[in-house]
Design a protein around this ligand. Structure first.
Ligand SMILES: [Zn+2]
Length: 237
């Protein structure tokens, strides 16, 4: 009694083996994030070629982490890989694809908002409020649409995640990223509109009012579709 306990003999071993099995992902994630940010801000435009060799030189790394980051972007539909050509940023959506995506969003997202209002806890509501603050700041700061889009994306992902349906979360994660690139071409009027609509959705979720939340989400997705459709068509001509 009172004696200091010697450290368990295997403690070092355990921490060592722990560190061995941690995937060294920080570096690759950094490249992924930078490429994603460039795509969100349209610094990398639709259809632009992404040379593994050039990127490896720029980042001062071997081709492996570059290929890994590009592979992850390919998995979420932001990069396409073709035989001979290699990697390219995904091309712009066609008007038909744009309409199809919003058709799906209108069908799915009101139901997710309904579920979020039923399941909502303080953590969810606080996280949703955070995205609102981020969107307001991005909207005030002028054309920071990539930032605005990130907060918007997170808002919709949080609501999807609260549904507990992993398949729907996965589908929406893929779709939102596409859609948010297009937000980069929209104007600040769209941004202000979205903030007010998000506030309404959060209020309904926080008050545990499923039907009001579903209705507010439906209005938000439908008005986003209308607003973005105009910017989309303007950019197409
Ligand atoms: Zn939104």
């Amino acid at each position: 009694m009172g004696k200091d306990m010697p450290p368990p003999e295997d403690s070092d071993l355990r921490s060592t083996s722990g560190s061995i099995f941690v995937r060294p992902k920080a570096f690759g994630d950094g490249i992924y994030d930078i490429l994603l940010a460039r795509m969100m801000s349209l610094e990398i435009g639709p259809g632009d070629r992404l040379s593994v060799e050039k990127l490896a030189r720029e980042f001062g790394v071997s081709p492996t982490p570059i290929r890994e980051a590009l592979g992850r972007l390919e998995a979420v539909g932001l990069v396409v890989r073709t035989h001979l050509v290699g990697y390219r940023a995904a091309p712009r959506l066609t008007t038909k694809q744009f309409e199809d995506l919003f058709h799906l969003r209108v069908l799915i997202e009101p139901d997710l908002a309904r579920g979020a209002a039923i399941n909502a806890d303080e953590v969810l509501v606080a996280s949703l409020q955070e995205t609102l603050i981020g969107m307001e700041e991005a909207a005030i700061d002028g054309p920071a649409f990539d930032q605005f889009a990130r907060h918007d994306s997170r808002f919709h992902s949080l609501i999807a995640a609260s549904s507990g349906n992993e398949l729907i979360c996965d589908v929406l994660t893929r779709l939102n990223i596409h859609i948010h690139i297009f937000r980069a071409i929209s104007d600040s009027a769209v941004a202000k509109h979205s903030v007010a609509e998000h506030r309404k959705i959060i209020a309904a979720i926080a008050d545990h009012e499923p039907e009001a939340a579903a209705q507010a989400m439906r209005q938000h997705v439908e008005s986003s579709r209308e607003n973005l459709k105009n910017s989309f068509k303007a950019a197409e001509t």
